[in-house]
Ligand binder design. Sequence first.
Ligand code: FES
Ligand SMILES: [Fe+2]
Length: 368
Amino acid sequence: MNTIDLSRGTDEAVFAAMEPREPGDFANHATPLIRNCWYACACASEIGRIPLARKLLGIEVVLFRTEAGAPVAMRNRCPHRSFPLARGKLVGDRLVCGYHGMEFGPDGICAHMPALTQAPSTATVQTFPVLDRGPLTWIWMGAPDLADEALIPDTSWLSDPAWGTVTGSFHIKSDYVAMHENLIDQTHFPFLHPGTVGTPEYARSKLSVSTENNQVVIRRELKDAPPPGVYGKPANIMHKRVDRASEARFVSPALHTAFASVRDPAPDPGQPSLYRYNITHVFTPETNNSIHYWWFNSRDYRPGDPDIDRFMFEAHSQAYREDVEALEWINEVVRSDGEAQFDLSFAPDKPGLMARRIMYRLSAREAR
Ligand code: FES
Ligand SMILES: [Fe+2]
């Protein structure tokens, strides 16, 4: 494990920890997309008996369910004349092309072509492994022999009734590398999110960053400080001083999680002393320059309380909209300015750089 205390906030903290590097060894918008990874392709509830078209990792995909409810993912392109199969229809478990009526089973094999007496043996559509996990459906678009279900990251709290969860989604015109860097960068909180997650005390608190098996983890603690509104208001502890802890994690190219807790050292009678929040950011590159993004905010108290749900949804929608806007503005500058992308990095940028380095290496490994 590689752990660096960034509390000094000095450039030496970074450069002491990072070996000399070659240009380009941090992923950016131009890095080839990583394919050997489980990505969310949709909310499970979006996929049904009406074919759903969605571009994922630059590939047009059609998603649907069999009559038994199993999700199916295949290329949204008929091998005959490239008609988008999502514009066809389901008959039983077969997807029927809307142009000349070829019928494809969930395995992608053509089972029938009306103009021929026998189905052509050469006509198949590429399919992708796809699985439901709680509220999400995950797809593997990399090497088929590497599609191990055990690699789907844990998001079990999203379907645990003890946790109250609110959720939203965005389509973002930016690259997913910048999105990861945004999520793992906590120094922007007081400036981009002054009304929600950013407090000056937290911005100055000690943090440590480490890498663990191609993941980047930031841990942070703050004792005896006012809670931020986004956590203090729903728990009704804004008048208290609390202890806070958080763990933000680059889990995979598809997932970022943050686990936060607020401890009230002197809870009122009948009130909890610990409030936990799990924040789940799930995103999938649509292309190198656009992202499907789902966020979930879960808490371990008063699940289903409509007032807390409303507050959490509105506060987090606002914060994430601020991130989305910032990423789209940055993307416009990088794309329209004549000069190639450059980044002047400082010690507090280290967590993002560590994640970008992991992504660069994962991408480079696939290119070999
Ligand atoms: S394009 Fe699909 S059957 Fe012809
Ligand atoms: Fe943010």
